[in-house]
Design a protein around this ligand. Structure first.
Ligand code: ADP
Ligand code: ASP
Ligand code: MG
Length: 448
């Protein structure tokens, strides 16, 4: 593939309704380098689908959820008529949706099947919206190329299998078409539908770009780039024109929802630049994420991730003993629990675990706590938020003296710095974390 080619991804609000879709289609029409378009489900649809797969709804309620999903599609279809190839596919997809969504009980595989319909519907409609502008667009089922393992709801992509399938099935279409495909979904080696986790369409776009050797990925969303903090929380947050792969990856990992945390992995593996901008204001520019950026050192952004757990493990036997940490981590790994932050003292170790509703990790099971409890005292604290300051060459001394002053104002439960010069993280009570982020932003990022 020509390394100048572009994969463009449009998120849920960008394809929420006909007007938004039309705006996105104009962006594609104006840029002949865009070869692949990755769409999310229209805003609100995946939330309805999540309600269906939670299986708490009775039959009537499930019918209402199916209806709510279809209403969003039909509202857009009032403005555009599908060509017969798309119409047939849309109707078949609707029948499939109804059949599985109304089943009285769903397997984990069927849950992923249900979750996949949002992107499958929006891609039919977006293909047609592009055609109305005269773009020669074709809809492509991404499950033919985006190959994953069978970990339903948080599938891991198979990079090699995806590249092979993309060369065979997708590349031949790119010479003469703009290909419209789905984010978020894939398929395992048995052809069963899988999903990559909430917000996964960004990751899909980067994986497809990697598979076809594209030059860049455009992430079109509802903000004009990646900001110094969530602009919904701080009105004075500013877009950051350039970020390195490392900085952007840290921001996404530590809670900047604007990018799925894994998006930067494929991009940095292949040196593919990533652009983040607003589909409502494409002329306003956005953030470019690249391998090397000449950014100044110090803090550039602050993020937060709520619903964190603090696990403190204490044992007098830890004093001068070897193997204590190995034992703890073996047990956690047996329960597939991944640890974020770690601090240790002479006789205790404190760990943080991500318990957000969309965390790609299982919840802390009682059996795991019992096993740990056999050789140490275990305490668990919930309702905490991990606040992260992100940048490069972050230091607690010298020029960042005021950082120490700012931190001293908060009730900090745990602090971590040093493993990477790109972040300084700490835990605070969830109830006060918005104010903590606002205060840090005001003192460290609004002054300049
Ligand atoms: P999409 O549906 O396009 O994928 P998302 O809702 O997933 O969009 O992500 C965009 C949202 O991310 C923004 O509306 C904003 O509130 C939120 N956000 C959180 N942190 C940041 C940040 N640092 N910069 C920009 N947006 C952020
Ligand atoms: N539609 C999915 C979600 O809402 C994936 C995405 O939009 O990125 O999580
Ligand atoms: Mg998103």
């Amino acid at each position: 593939m020509n390394s100048q080619s572009v994969v463009a991804k449009f998120g849920g609000t960008s394809v929420a309704d006909y007007t938004s879709m039309y705006r996105c289609a104009q962006i594609i029409n104006d840029d002949p380098t865009v070869k692949v378009v990755v769409v999310s489900a229209s805003a609100g649809v995946t939330n309805h689908l999540v309600e269906l797969v939670q299986q708490k709804a009775n039959h009537e309620e499930r019918l209402a959820l199916v209806e709510a999903v279809m209403q969003i599609q039909h509202r857009i279809l009032e403005h555009v008529t599908l060509d017969s190839d798309l119409q047939t596919g849309f109707e078949e997809t609707y029948l499939e949706f109804k059949e599985v969504a109304l089943l009285p009980a769903l397997s984990t595989q069927q849950c992923d099947e249900v979750l996949s319909f949002g992107e499958r519907f929006s891609s039919f409609i977006f293909t047609q919206v592009l055609r109305t502008l005269g773009v020669n667009s074709v809809r492509f089922d991404v499950r033919n190329i985006l190959k994953t393992d069978s970990s339903f709801s948080k599938a891991t992509p198979d990079i090699e299998a995806t590249a092979v399938a993309a060369a065979k099935h997708l590349a031949p279409l790119l010479d003469n078409h703009v290909v419209v495909t789905q984010g978020f979904i894939g398929s395992d080696k048995y052809g069963q539908t899988t999903t990559l986790g909430r917000g996964g369409s960004d990751y899909s776009a980067a994986l497809i770009a990697e598979a076809i050797d594209a030059g860049s990925v455009q992430i079109w969303t509802d903000v004009v780039g990646i900001f110094s903090t969530d602009p919904r929380l701080c009105t004075k947050a500013k877009p950051i024109p350039r970020l390195s792969f490392d900085e952007a990856a840290e921001m996404a990992t530590f809670g900047a929802k604007v990018l799925h945390p894994a998006t930067i992995l494929p991009a940095s593996r292949k040196g593919i630049s990533v652009f983040v901008g607003s589909s409502k204001a494409p002329d306003q520019g956005g953030t470019w994420i690249e391998k090397e950026t000449q950014t100044q050192s110090g803090i550039r952004a602050v993020t937060q991730r709520k619903n964190q757990i603090l696990l403190t493990l204490k044992s007098p036997e830890m004093l001068l003993a070897s193997g204590f940490l190995a034992k703890i981590f073996t047990i956690l790994s047996n329960y597939n629990i991944s640890v974020d932050l770690v601090t240790t003292s002479e006789i205790s170790v404190a760990l943080t675990l991500d318990n957000a509703p969309n965390a790609s990790r299982p919840e802390l099971e009682q059996a795991c706590l019992d096993e740990l409890g056999e050789f140490c005292h275990v305490s668990v604290e919930n309702n905490l938020t991990l606040v992260a300051m992100i940048g490069s060459e972050i230091q607690l001394k010298g020029g960042d003296d005021c950082l120490v002053d700012v931190l001293s104002e908060f009730d900090i439960r745990l602090i971590c710095h040093g493993a990477s010069r790109h972040n300084l993280c700490f835990l605070v009570e969830q109830a006060s974390s918005d104010q903590v982020v606002q205060a840090i932003h005001q003192k460290l990022l609004e002054a300049a």
